[in-house]
Write a protein that binds this ligand. Structure first.
Ligand code: JHZ
Length: 395
């Protein structure tokens, strides 16, 4: 693993603090966020990992159902799965608050979600839910209780697990021979193109490319047979994977096409990452410059969407509550709390709060379209957003 980027000392991106923590001067956990490239496997990953139980516990705040974009994306996918694969039994790894499984029959769906506060949601809705981490022990347990799992789905989860060999071994163990594995995670090429360095934080241990996924899964006699590119989370890839022994499914042209694009982009070369690092450092300077010019004019800035990504940006660029008064967010477990590291307060989203601001920092830049539609009036009245993607600018 060769290091190419240093994003400084960072707090855990989803560890929100309450007032008592600040009063008692509670010690937050920090880690050094460095990103590296493995020239053999072509994997890009953070270099200092945090143990899963420290990140995914019984207070995990992120909920995938908080955006219309994600709800629509899951609904569309569920229709596609039903039509094309007609699965007997679906297993979702990292089911979060059930935004995908709610589109499927309770009797035909199994959830795996280690965050107990989220697992309880799908359990209460009647879905069989294992509130455990995905590993071979759990795979054994599931295999002994459920037969013929022919579809496994996992969105924005596998990139959060350090031991990928254990991940794929466990998947192969439970997936039927003619079963399908669908995984979905941010695309490395999109991340590099958009200069989205904030895709790196303690939970995003990996940002995958097709090249790296292919290298990883071939050891397990798995192969990608189709690729879909998505606009979600700043540009994601949906990989459709099968066992090599299953000859009934043909490999779609989409795989070769995407691979060609990645290689043309030189995703497999260390030099590409050195160029990225330079762009990231320039982006930091520019963003700090934009903020300081606005503050010199005594204007008020608030943040919109208290994302894990914005925790990376704010801590990397040393932007704190002297610059951003507060954030607004719709997530119940983030509001009335303080953001990790910077301790910027998060208020419950209310449209009227926007009137209060001269500028809004777009923490949830990946939902720009949805948010701009929702806040049309603010924009029409001359309200300005600040975004750091793809380049720091005022919109
Ligand atoms: P969003 C999380 O990352 C963490 P984050 C995790 N590690 C991961 O991989 C991705 O998700 C998938 C709010 N919001 O999805 C809700 C509004 O307030 O970009 C969320 O707090 N109003 C699991 O945190 C945040 O913005 C809105 O209208 O970077 C969006 O977070 C909308 C649309 C969102 O993920």
């Amino acid at each position: 693993m060769k290091k190419f980027l240093d994003l400084g000392i960072q707090p855990l991106a989803n560890k929100y603090l309450v007032k008592k923590d600040l009063v008692n001067n509670k010690k937050e956990q920090f880690y050094h966020l460095e990103v590296g490239f493995d020239s053999k496997s072509k994997l890009v990953s953070i270099m200092n990992t945090v143990p899963s139980p420290k990140m995914f516990d019984n207070k995990y705040p992120y909920r995938s159902s908080m955006s219309q974009t994600m709800r629509n994306s899951f609904k569309k996918l569920s229709k596609y799965i039903k039509k094309n694969f007609k699965p007997n039994l679906i297993l979702e790894i990292g089911s979060n608050d059930g935004s995908l499984v709610k589109n499927f029959d309770k009797k035909k769906t199994i959830c795996v979600e280690p965050c107990k506060n989220l697992a309880i949601i799908t359990k209460k809705r009647g879905y069989k839910t294992y509130a455990e981490y995905w590993n071979i022990n759990l795979a054994n347990k599931i295999k002994s209780k459920h037969k013929n799992i022919d579809l496994i789905y996992s969105a924005n989860t596998l990139s959060h697990i350090a031991n990928l060999n254990s991940v794929f071994k466990s998947i192969c163990h439970v997936l039927s021979d003619d079963g399908i594995l669908i995984i979905e995670d941010p695309s490395l090429m999109e991340c590099l193109k958009k200069n989205a360095y904030d895709q790196f934080y303690n939970e995003h241990i990996y940002v995958f490319s097709l090249v790296a996924i292919q290298n990883l899964i071939k050891k397990f006699n798995l192969e990608v047979f189709n690729i879909e590119t998505l606009n979600t989370h700043g540009g994601s890839i949906r990989y459709f994977i099968k066992k090599k022994s299953n000859k009934k499914i043909k490999i779609s042209k989409s795989v070769k096409i995407y691979l060609k694009k990645e290689l043309k982009f030189r995703i497999d070369k260390f030099k590409t990452y050195i160029q990225f690092k330079k762009k990231v450092e320039a982006s930091k300077k520019k963003l700090i410059d934009i903020f300081s010019k606005i503050k010199k004019k005594n204007k008020k800035i608030i943040g919109y969407g208290s994302t894990a990504k914005s925790v990376t940006v704010l801590n990397y660029c040393n932007i704190d509550k002297s610059t951003i008064d507060y954030f607004i967010d719709t997530t119940p477990d983030k509001t009335n709390k303080y953001m990790p590291g910077t301790h910027i307060f998060v208020k419950k989203y209310k449209k009227t709060l926007l009137k209060d601001a001269d500028y809004i920092f777009l923490g949830a830049w990946n939902f720009k379209k949805e948010i701009f539609k929702k806040e049309k009036k603010f924009l029409q009245k001359g309200g300005k957003f600040i975004s750091h993607i793809p380049k720091p600018c005022i919109i």
